[in-house]
Design a binder for this molecule. Structure first.
Ligand SMILES: N[C@@H](CCC(=O)N[C@@H](CS)C(=O)NCC(=O)O)C(=O)O
Length: 248
Protein backbone atom coordinates (compact mmCIF):
# COMPACT_ATOMS: atom_id res chain seq x y z
CA UNK A 1 0.00 0.00 0.00
CA UNK A 2 2.04 2.85 1.35
CA UNK A 3 4.92 4.57 -0.39
CA UNK A 4 7.45 6.19 1.95
CA UNK A 5 5.41 8.00 4.60
CA UNK A 6 5.63 11.81 4.42
CA UNK A 7 6.39 13.85 7.53
CA UNK A 8 3.05 15.22 8.55
CA UNK A 9 2.16 18.07 10.88
CA UNK A 10 -1.49 18.67 11.75
CA UNK A 11 -2.26 22.27 12.71
CA UNK A 12 -5.08 22.27 15.25
CA UNK A 13 -7.18 24.74 17.17
CA UNK A 14 -5.59 23.90 20.49
CA UNK A 15 -2.09 23.48 21.91
CA UNK A 16 -2.79 20.54 24.14
CA UNK A 17 -1.01 17.43 22.94
CA UNK A 18 -2.70 14.33 24.27
CA UNK A 19 -6.15 15.89 24.26
CA UNK A 20 -8.98 16.02 21.76
CA UNK A 21 -9.70 19.48 20.45
CA UNK A 22 -13.12 21.12 20.31
CA UNK A 23 -13.03 21.10 16.51
CA UNK A 24 -14.85 18.09 15.01
CA UNK A 25 -12.85 18.50 11.80
CA UNK A 26 -9.52 18.29 13.63
CA UNK A 27 -10.56 15.08 15.42
CA UNK A 28 -11.97 13.72 12.13
CA UNK A 29 -8.61 14.19 10.41
CA UNK A 30 -6.63 12.73 13.31
CA UNK A 31 -8.96 9.70 13.35
CA UNK A 32 -8.54 9.24 9.60
CA UNK A 33 -4.74 9.29 9.94
CA UNK A 34 -4.83 6.87 12.86
CA UNK A 35 -7.17 4.50 11.00
CA UNK A 36 -4.33 4.25 8.44
CA UNK A 37 -1.47 4.18 10.96
CA UNK A 38 0.14 7.29 9.50
CA UNK A 39 2.20 9.02 12.21
CA UNK A 40 1.86 12.79 12.60
CA UNK A 41 2.73 15.54 15.03
CA UNK A 42 0.42 18.35 16.09
CA UNK A 43 0.90 22.10 16.44
CA UNK A 44 -1.38 25.06 16.92
CA UNK A 45 -2.46 26.65 13.67
CA UNK A 46 -3.91 30.00 12.73
CA UNK A 47 -6.72 30.75 10.30
CA UNK A 48 -4.48 33.27 8.52
CA UNK A 49 -1.82 30.65 7.75
CA UNK A 50 -4.35 28.06 6.60
CA UNK A 51 -4.63 27.94 2.79
CA UNK A 52 -8.44 27.96 3.01
CA UNK A 53 -8.69 29.97 6.23
CA UNK A 54 -10.03 26.98 8.20
CA UNK A 55 -8.70 24.49 10.73
CA UNK A 56 -7.28 21.93 10.49
CA UNK A 57 -4.59 22.21 7.87
CA UNK A 58 -1.47 20.12 7.41
CA UNK A 59 2.12 20.50 6.37
CA UNK A 60 3.25 17.58 4.23
CA UNK A 61 7.01 17.16 3.84
CA UNK A 62 8.20 14.64 1.28
CA UNK A 63 11.59 12.87 1.25
CA UNK A 64 12.63 15.24 -1.58
CA UNK A 65 12.59 18.09 0.99
CA UNK A 66 9.53 19.75 -0.62
CA UNK A 67 6.79 20.82 1.77
CA UNK A 68 3.28 22.06 1.19
CA UNK A 69 0.38 23.34 3.26
CA UNK A 70 -3.05 21.88 2.61
CA UNK A 71 -6.50 22.66 4.03
CA UNK A 72 -9.78 20.76 4.18
CA UNK A 73 -10.06 17.31 5.73
CA UNK A 74 -11.58 15.69 2.61
CA UNK A 75 -8.97 17.18 0.27
CA UNK A 76 -6.14 16.26 2.66
CA UNK A 77 -7.43 12.67 2.79
CA UNK A 78 -7.70 12.45 -1.01
CA UNK A 79 -4.17 13.86 -1.45
CA UNK A 80 -2.67 11.38 1.02
CA UNK A 81 -4.52 8.50 -0.68
CA UNK A 82 -3.26 9.63 -4.09
CA UNK A 83 0.34 9.70 -2.88
CA UNK A 84 -0.24 6.26 -1.31
CA UNK A 85 0.65 7.53 2.17
CA UNK A 86 -2.67 6.16 3.45
CA UNK A 87 -5.02 3.45 2.21
CA UNK A 88 -8.33 4.28 0.56
CA UNK A 89 -10.68 2.92 3.23
CA UNK A 90 -13.67 3.38 0.92
CA UNK A 91 -12.11 1.53 -2.02
CA UNK A 92 -14.10 -1.66 -1.49
CA UNK A 93 -17.49 -0.02 -0.98
CA UNK A 94 -20.23 -0.62 -3.53
CA UNK A 95 -21.49 2.54 -5.27
CA UNK A 96 -24.57 2.51 -3.00
CA UNK A 97 -22.42 2.15 0.14
CA UNK A 98 -20.12 4.92 -1.09
CA UNK A 99 -23.18 7.15 -1.53
CA UNK A 100 -24.33 6.36 2.02
CA UNK A 101 -20.84 7.11 3.36
CA UNK A 102 -20.87 10.47 1.59
CA UNK A 103 -24.41 11.25 2.79
CA UNK A 104 -23.48 10.55 6.42
CA UNK A 105 -20.50 12.87 6.14
CA UNK A 106 -22.72 15.55 4.61
CA UNK A 107 -25.27 15.16 7.42
CA UNK A 108 -22.53 15.70 9.98
CA UNK A 109 -20.47 18.37 8.26
CA UNK A 110 -23.14 20.38 6.49
CA UNK A 111 -26.06 20.07 8.90
CA UNK A 112 -25.11 18.93 12.38
CA UNK A 113 -22.07 21.22 12.29
CA UNK A 114 -24.37 24.26 12.14
CA UNK A 115 -26.55 22.99 15.00
CA UNK A 116 -23.30 22.67 16.98
CA UNK A 117 -22.17 26.11 15.88
CA UNK A 118 -25.46 27.58 17.11
CA UNK A 119 -25.16 25.85 20.48
CA UNK A 120 -21.54 26.88 20.88
CA UNK A 121 -21.34 30.38 19.42
CA UNK A 122 -24.82 31.69 20.22
CA UNK A 123 -26.22 29.81 23.24
CA UNK A 124 -22.87 29.34 25.01
CA UNK A 125 -20.92 32.22 23.56
CA UNK A 126 -19.17 33.18 26.81
CA UNK A 127 -17.79 29.66 27.24
CA UNK A 128 -16.42 29.80 23.68
CA UNK A 129 -14.92 33.21 24.36
CA UNK A 130 -13.45 32.62 27.81
CA UNK A 131 -12.71 28.88 27.90
CA UNK A 132 -12.73 27.88 24.24
CA UNK A 133 -11.02 28.94 21.03
CA UNK A 134 -10.73 32.65 21.92
CA UNK A 135 -9.52 32.14 25.48
CA UNK A 136 -5.82 32.52 24.64
CA UNK A 137 -6.37 36.13 23.48
CA UNK A 138 -5.62 38.75 26.22
CA UNK A 139 -8.81 39.93 27.94
CA UNK A 140 -9.44 43.37 26.41
CA UNK A 141 -8.83 42.46 22.74
CA UNK A 142 -10.78 39.26 23.41
CA UNK A 143 -13.89 41.33 24.19
CA UNK A 144 -13.66 43.11 20.84
CA UNK A 145 -12.69 40.02 18.82
CA UNK A 146 -15.44 38.11 20.64
CA UNK A 147 -18.04 40.59 19.40
CA UNK A 148 -16.73 40.34 15.84
CA UNK A 149 -16.80 36.53 15.95
CA UNK A 150 -20.28 36.53 17.50
CA UNK A 151 -21.66 38.78 14.77
CA UNK A 152 -19.94 36.65 12.11
CA UNK A 153 -21.53 33.50 13.61
CA UNK A 154 -24.98 35.14 13.60
CA UNK A 155 -24.55 36.17 9.96
CA UNK A 156 -23.23 32.76 8.87
CA UNK A 157 -26.03 30.90 10.64
CA UNK A 158 -28.64 33.18 9.13
CA UNK A 159 -27.26 32.74 5.61
CA UNK A 160 -26.85 28.98 6.03
CA UNK A 161 -30.40 28.74 7.37
CA UNK A 162 -29.89 27.22 10.83
CA UNK A 163 -30.14 30.68 12.39
CA UNK A 164 -33.73 31.02 11.19
CA UNK A 165 -34.95 28.22 13.46
CA UNK A 166 -35.90 28.94 17.08
CA UNK A 167 -33.69 27.42 19.80
CA UNK A 168 -36.47 24.85 20.49
CA UNK A 169 -36.62 23.89 16.81
CA UNK A 170 -32.83 23.49 16.69
CA UNK A 171 -32.97 21.32 19.82
CA UNK A 172 -35.53 19.05 18.14
CA UNK A 173 -33.40 18.79 14.98
CA UNK A 174 -30.32 18.02 17.08
CA UNK A 175 -32.08 15.22 18.95
CA UNK A 176 -33.50 13.80 15.71
CA UNK A 177 -30.05 13.80 14.08
CA UNK A 178 -28.13 12.19 16.93
CA UNK A 179 -30.91 9.63 17.45
CA UNK A 180 -30.70 8.67 13.76
CA UNK A 181 -26.91 8.33 14.04
CA UNK A 182 -27.34 6.17 17.13
CA UNK A 183 -29.43 3.76 15.04
CA UNK A 184 -26.61 3.48 12.49
CA UNK A 185 -23.96 2.09 14.78
CA UNK A 186 -24.43 -1.29 16.35
CA UNK A 187 -21.54 -3.48 17.39
CA UNK A 188 -19.22 -2.34 14.65
CA UNK A 189 -18.50 0.37 12.14
CA UNK A 190 -20.95 2.82 10.57
CA UNK A 191 -21.37 0.81 7.37
CA UNK A 192 -21.14 -2.51 9.18
CA UNK A 193 -17.96 -3.68 7.43
CA UNK A 194 -14.81 -5.15 8.93
CA UNK A 195 -12.99 -1.86 9.24
CA UNK A 196 -13.67 1.87 9.43
CA UNK A 197 -14.49 4.01 6.40
CA UNK A 198 -14.36 7.79 5.92
CA UNK A 199 -17.79 8.12 7.59
CA UNK A 200 -16.33 6.60 10.77
CA UNK A 201 -13.56 9.19 10.95
CA UNK A 202 -16.18 11.89 10.55
CA UNK A 203 -18.64 10.46 13.07
CA UNK A 204 -15.90 9.94 15.64
CA UNK A 205 -14.68 13.52 15.06
CA UNK A 206 -18.11 14.89 15.90
CA UNK A 207 -18.58 12.51 18.83
CA UNK A 208 -15.24 13.09 20.55
CA UNK A 209 -15.37 16.85 20.09
CA UNK A 210 -18.96 16.97 21.37
CA UNK A 211 -18.10 14.84 24.39
CA UNK A 212 -15.08 16.92 25.37
CA UNK A 213 -16.06 20.51 24.52
CA UNK A 214 -17.56 22.49 27.39
CA UNK A 215 -19.64 24.74 25.15
CA UNK A 216 -22.21 22.14 24.00
CA UNK A 217 -23.83 20.78 27.17
CA UNK A 218 -27.09 19.90 25.43
CA UNK A 219 -25.29 17.83 22.78
CA UNK A 220 -23.12 16.14 25.41
CA UNK A 221 -26.22 15.12 27.36
CA UNK A 222 -27.92 13.78 24.22
CA UNK A 223 -24.89 11.71 23.18
CA UNK A 224 -24.42 10.36 26.70
CA UNK A 225 -28.03 9.17 26.60
CA UNK A 226 -27.56 7.22 23.35
CA UNK A 227 -25.92 3.90 24.25
CA UNK A 228 -24.84 2.79 20.76
CA UNK A 229 -23.06 6.07 20.06
CA UNK A 230 -21.40 6.18 23.44
CA UNK A 231 -20.18 2.58 23.14
CA UNK A 232 -18.95 3.32 19.60
CA UNK A 233 -17.01 6.39 20.78
CA UNK A 234 -15.47 4.38 23.61
CA UNK A 235 -14.44 1.55 21.25
CA UNK A 236 -12.76 3.93 18.82
CA UNK A 237 -11.09 5.82 21.67
CA UNK A 238 -9.67 2.63 23.21
CA UNK A 239 -8.43 1.25 19.90
CA UNK A 240 -7.00 4.38 18.28
CA UNK A 241 -6.68 7.17 20.85
CA UNK A 242 -5.71 5.45 24.10
CA UNK A 243 -2.89 8.01 24.44
CA UNK A 244 -5.49 10.83 24.59
CA UNK A 245 -7.35 11.99 27.66
CA UNK A 246 -10.90 10.62 27.43
CA UNK A 247 -14.11 12.52 28.15
CA UNK A 248 -15.63 12.26 31.64
N1 LIG B 1 -14.48 21.69 5.11
C1 LIG B 1 -13.53 21.99 6.15
C2 LIG B 1 -14.25 22.59 7.35
C3 LIG B 1 -13.30 23.00 8.49
C4 LIG B 1 -13.95 23.96 9.47
O1 LIG B 1 -15.07 24.45 9.27
N2 LIG B 1 -13.21 24.26 10.53
C5 LIG B 1 -13.69 25.21 11.52
C6 LIG B 1 -13.26 24.77 12.90
S1 LIG B 1 -14.21 23.39 13.42
C7 LIG B 1 -13.03 26.57 11.26
O2 LIG B 1 -11.88 26.64 10.89
N3 LIG B 1 -13.77 27.66 11.48
C8 LIG B 1 -13.25 28.99 11.42
C9 LIG B 1 -13.97 29.86 10.45
O3 LIG B 1 -14.85 29.36 9.72
O4 LIG B 1 -13.65 31.05 10.41
C10 LIG B 1 -12.74 20.72 6.49
O5 LIG B 1 -13.20 19.62 6.20
O6 LIG B 1 -11.59 20.84 6.98
Amino acid sequence: MASKAPTLTVFRDRDDPGAYTWSPFVVKLEARLRFSNLPYTTRVGTLTESPKGKLPYVRIEGDDGQSSLLSDTALITKTLIKSRAIADLNAKLSPAQAATDLAIRALLEDKLYFMNAHERWITNFYIMRDQGPLSTIPYLPRLIIGQIVYRKALRTLHLQGMGRYSPAEISALRLETWTALNALVGEGWVLGGEGPTDADACLFGFLASSLTALANPETTAIVKGLPNLLAYAERVHEKYFSDYKKWD
